[in-house]
Design a binder for this molecule. Structure first.
Ligand SMILES: [Zn+2]
Length: 159
């Protein structure tokens, strides 16, 4: 790393420590030419997740948009902003775990349904009724009844 003071080409690491739970590393460096010290931060850059929509258009995964949708599904449910934030992260991790840089928008819908199912069944039904576009009330009824019977949904992706 080039010295920001005298622009010497090299610097020596004198201390490294993990911060924010190991997600990044802070290094103290010293310039061998001017002896001044400075700090650098290192963190993993996650490749952007690309969502492929039904019509074939591609766009970058937008956690803010997902958060807004979840907020709507969770209106008046006992789920706080912090939990919604965690839910968004879990869903993003689920999508990353698919191991492909591009995911169909349906994969997001399914990941959301899986997570909501485990978290709040009212929100799950709300989201499912929009996402799955139930053809009629009978179809919705079957989904609700299925919830009551199955009790738990197979967790294919662990947190
Ligand atoms: Zn220097």
């Amino acid at each position: 790393m080039r010295c920001p003071f005298c622009h010497a080409r090299d610097s020596r690491v004198i201390d490294s420590r993990e911060i924010s739970g190991g997600e990044s590393i802070r290094r103290r460096r010293e310039c061998p030419v001017c002896s001044r010290r400075f700090t650098t931060y290192e963190r993993v850059e996650m490749a952007a997740l690309i969502v492929v929509k039904k019509d074939g258009r591609r766009q970058e995964f937008d956690p803010e948009k997902l958060r807004a949708k979840l907020r709507v599904a969770l209106t008046k449910r006992p789920v706080g902003e912090q939990e919604i934030q965690e839910l968004v992260q879990k869903i993003e991790t689920d999508l990353m775990a698919l191991g492909t840089p591009e995911v169909p928008s349906s994969a997001i819908g399914e990941a959301v349904l899986r997570r909501l199912h485990a978290l709040d069944q009212v929100a799950y039904i709300r989201f499912a009724s929009v996402y799955r576009q139930f053809a009629d009330i009978e179809e919705l009824k079957r989904e609700v009844e299925g919830l009551a019977i199955s009790g738990d949904y197979p967790e294919t992706v662990k947190p």
